[in-house]
Design a protein around this ligand. Structure first.
Ligand code: BGC
Ligand code: BGC
Length: 638
């Protein structure tokens, strides 16, 4: 008897406790949605049935972390937060990211139903907002490497660094099949070729998500931007002073499907559960308003069961009438709205639209159901705060080694005369010039610690110059001058000498998105002069191009012996030296056709001349190794 009454009292106590503290752990089993043993669909249904309209609209709201007013995560039931490019805690240390994430998550758990927050970030070449993370080559370089296994391992390593800072949602990969190298996001695209993009983005998604989303080290992938970004027409952009980014893709439906859809079809098959809509338009209508594509094609035909997230304020671009914009976008199939700051206006507009019947409760329940499904599948209800991996995962030696491997595989050898490459590690005099030779920021490009990226010592890593210095033997002297001034290079009697090898690193400065739109894809005059200048002092001259895309180098091939496209390699610059000195072979192949002259743009891939001066300088897939026997001036025409 006594035993029974103790059990009884205990039960009563647990019951009372769960009423007073509905979010305390003893309440975890109170409602079916909190029971991890039930199927996800059942948990979603149960939770949806308990939610007010305010709570539902909150789930559909994704706010930039600097835009959130303290207390609003709890008070407005906000479903997601993000860090925009470069939006980091201050100071930007991995530990501060963890603490920041915990703080936000805690506020979500304080709501009536305790629905966890999902936090997203653009980890597009490693966990690139975090100082100290390993920065991998941008996608264009990985397209040159064209090695799915490598890309999958990079996806996994990126996920691990994210999880170590408490983040489980990545706005990557970009699966755009870019058709115009003037686009400022060209380097985010693996290739102009649909198959290459499909294969590599698929591998990246597998790496991020691991074998199942519920694994605490898995990260939710977001293939983006659906659909047709990278296919826009020069001059069609309407944002800021952009030219092509966020512009209009003018192709018929069969072309749109053939060129741009396969990566999404593969991603859905591989279990992608979040997809970002594109800022761009298709034949004049903003993608965020394209119901036939978002709902009928993606969710219907492809059977996508996850949620569609808008791009940054993307809904606002549909029409200046905000009410109309919201109604159109949500009815077209956008499930979660990335509102950088004006979330109150969005919430009020949603309320009004639901009240007026312009957005149905069915549509709301469908959107929220999709979002909750993903949160359940990620296991966020059981583990809202990601702590599966230690902080030391960020920038680990293993990840740096992987970055170095990726760099060496991504380099494309465009020309190699006079056996300039490989360089002997005993070459007595090596001179190096160009500011990009010794600059982590330049070699990493946009989306590195800040949105646009910047030159300089922005995050730990090894510069190309440091890699060269580490590679040579003690018999070799490496002299660096940024401006290529080697007047001091004299023999014992004071006569100017020629270096055995000159290495000049030229290229583009960092940029991101439409800021990088450009139809002036030539080397700067300063770079052209630098090549000339170092030529005067070098027996053999090697040029290394750091750029997000092919640039016109037709004349510079004549001045140089060897020419290497290094893209935007990231923090592990030793990977460049590994191939320059022959420790590793050149295996990279061009993921984009290389232009001969600016007036060839846009290249018409369907109708490319393959011979004569109208042909591109180098075709898609071109790339030498050091033993290739090629014409003295590669790409020459007459
Ligand atoms: C970009 C997206 C990115 C988002 C969040 C937008 O400007 O187009 O690719 O995911 O910002 O940073
Ligand atoms: C943000 C980026 C975003 C961009 C959109 C920037 O301020 O940091 O994440 O992609 O704005 O224009």
């Amino acid at each position: 008897m006594r035993r029974y009454s103790i059990v009884f009292i205990t039960l009563i106590t647990i019951f009372a406790f769960s009423i007073t503290f509905p979010n305390s752990s003893s309440a975890k089993q109170t409602f079916p949605y909190q029971d991890p043993s039930l199927p996800v669909a059942q948990r979603v249904k149960d939770l949806l049935g308990r939610m007010t309209i305010e709570e539902k609209i909150g789930q559909m709201t994704l706010v930039e972390k600097n835009g959130i007013i303290p207390g609003d995560i709890t008070d407005k039931f906000i479903g997601g937060l993000l860090s925009g490019g470069g939006e980091s805690p201050n100071p930007n240390t991995p530990q501060n990211w963890v603490d920041m994430l915990k703080g936000f998550e805690q506020q979500a758990l304080e709501t009536r139903l305790g629905i966890p927050l999902i936090y997203g970030i653009d980890a597009v070449h490693g966990h690139n907002n975090v100082i100290g993370a390993v920065i991998y080559p941008h996608n264009i370089g990985l397209g040159a490497a064209n090695d799915p296994d490598l890309v999958q391992r990079i996806g996994r390593a990126t996920a691990e660094e994210m999880v170590a800072t408490g983040i489980r949602w990545d706005y990557a990969p970009v699966v755009a099949v870019a058709q115009d190298i003037r686009w400022g996001r060209i380097y985010e695209s693996y290739s102009e070729n649909t198959d290459v993009v499909t294969k590599l983005s698929s591998a990246f998604i597998k790496g991020l998500q691991g074998s199942k989303l519920s694994d605490p080290t898995s990260v939710l992938a977001t293939p983006k931007h659906f659909i047709g970004d990278g296919g826009t027409t020069w001059g069609s952009a309407t944002t800021n002073n952009y030219q092509i980014d966020q512009g209009d893709t003018r192709v018929d439906l069969p072309t749109l499907r053939a060129l741009f859809l396969p990566p999404y079809a593969a991603a859905v098959k591989d279990g992608a559960m979040s997809i970002m809509a594109s800022f761009s338009s298709w034949n004049g209508l903003k993608m965020h308003a394209q119901k036939a594509l978002l709902t009928d094609l993606l969710k219907g035909e492809l059977g996508f069961k996850g949620f569609i997230v808008s791009d940054w304020g993307g809904i606002d671009q549909i029409t200046p009438d905000y009410y109309q914009a919201v109604v159109t976008a949500i009815n077209a199939g956008i499930d979660m709205n990335m509102v950088p700051t004006r979330y109150q206006v969005f919430i009020d507009t949603m309320q009004a639209a639901v009240q007026k019947g312009d957005i149905s409760m069915d549509r709301i329940d469908d959107a929220v159901g999709r979002i909750l499904t993903v949160k359940f599948e990620l296991g966020l209800f059981e583990k809202p705060i990601a702590d599966a991996l230690p902080i030391s995962t960020v920038g680990s030696a293993a990840h740096r080694a992987l970055g170095r491997e990726a760099v060496s595989k991504s380099l494309v050898l465009l020309q190699n005369n006079n056996h300039a490459l490989p360089i002997s590690k005993d070459a007595p005099q090596i001179i190096v010039a160009g500011s990009a030779a010794d600059d982590i920021g330049s070699q990493s490009g946009g989306w590195t610690t800040t949105w646009q990226g910047q030159t300089g010592d922005i995050t730990p890593g090894t510069t190309i110059l440091a890699g060269i210095k580490n590679a040579v033997s003690k018999n070799s002297t490496v002299t660096y001058d940024m401006a290529g001034n080697f007047d001091d290079l004299k023999d014992s009697s004071g006569n100017a000498v020629m270096a055995d090898v000159g290495i000049v690193v030229v290229g583009e400065k960092p940029y991101a998105e439409g800021v990088g739109d450009s139809n002036n894809l030539t080397l700067s005059q300063a770079n052209i002069d630098l090549i000339q200048q170092v030529r005067q002092r070098s027996k053999k001259l090697i040029a290394i191009l750091i750029s997000g895309r092919p640039l016109v180098i037709t004349d510079q091939l004549k001045t140089t012996d060897a020419f290497v496209a290094a893209w935007l390699p990231g923090t592990e610059g030793e990977g460049v030296a590994d191939v320059l000195f022959g420790d590793k072979p050149f295996t990279g192949k061009l993921p984009f056709t290389w232009i001969r002259a600016v007036d060839q743009l846009p290249l018409n891939f369907k109708n490319l001349s393959t011979t004569g001066c109208a042909a591109p300088l180098f075709p898609f897939g071109y790339g030498l190794d050091v033993n290739s026997t090629e014409p003295a001036i590669a790409g020459a025409c007459s």
